[in-house]
Design a protein around this ligand. Sequence first.
Ligand code: AMP
Length: 285
Amino acid sequence: MKVLHTLAALRGFRKQAPHPVAFVPTMGALHAGHAALIDHARKLVSHRGTVLVSIFVNPTQFGPNEDFHKYPRTPDEDLSLCRNHGADAVFLPDAADIYETDASTFVEETFLSTNFCGASRPGHFRGVATVVVKLFNLTQPDIALFGEKDWQQLAVIRRIVRDLFLPIRIEPVPTVREPDGLALSSRNRYLTPAERAAAPAIYRALRDTARLASEGESSIPKLRLHLHSQLAAIPQATIDYAEIADAETLTIPNHLTRPARALVAVRFPSARLIDNYPILPPKSA
Ligand code: AMP
């Protein structure tokens, strides 16, 4: 496995990399969720193609009072995980290589990015969109893989690829969870033992709301209320947002007639966690 620290090293690697090239962008502190993306990439390109992972804690997607400086950085363990999952190369650039000090060009998606995490984290999706397009231009992948864990991010990236005619297939990968249902996240390590014990209730609230929908409740306001009341009962947690949106357009319907997605962000004193789950109308007999 090649470890590429510079743009020149990446470009050299990319020039001779066999197609198809599958790209997995990450911020490191890798866990089994990231591993699933790498495994899926390998499956898609087989042993003839190339699996390229990037590890970059992107400063522009963090707000001024967020956790950029304390975000976990575990490069040695990350490289082992990539190696064990058969990545061909890992790109670990310096921020100074990705952003010129006088950089003045940014990518902004202006519809799907406005609500949910976009509302609670101003500038977040502009940072994500900008770095993802930069990384796409540098790595020139045929396929790029993103986790469903970050549902809004996935929707934003699909939209950018569509709107800017980027010749890249976006491949979603289902959320990997702990046995108790908590979605794996690099930020879970911030949780205190008591918060960690309470956190799986987020998943239970999502599933319970999905069950209500599957049993025939089609009023989105009622489903939303149910979700809120379940989340509000979690000890130490406050709801940042909890909404049921159309799974693709992320607009909020009145009635459940098409596949929807429950999207939630919950703040514990030590960490803000996000999760999402499909909310589907009952199958017609
Ligand atoms: P991050 O390092 O948090 O920026 O995540 C890098 C990629 O891994 C993104 O596409 C995430 O959606 C994905 N990812 C993070 N956690 C999970 C998870 N628990 N299951 C599946 N994919 C995940």
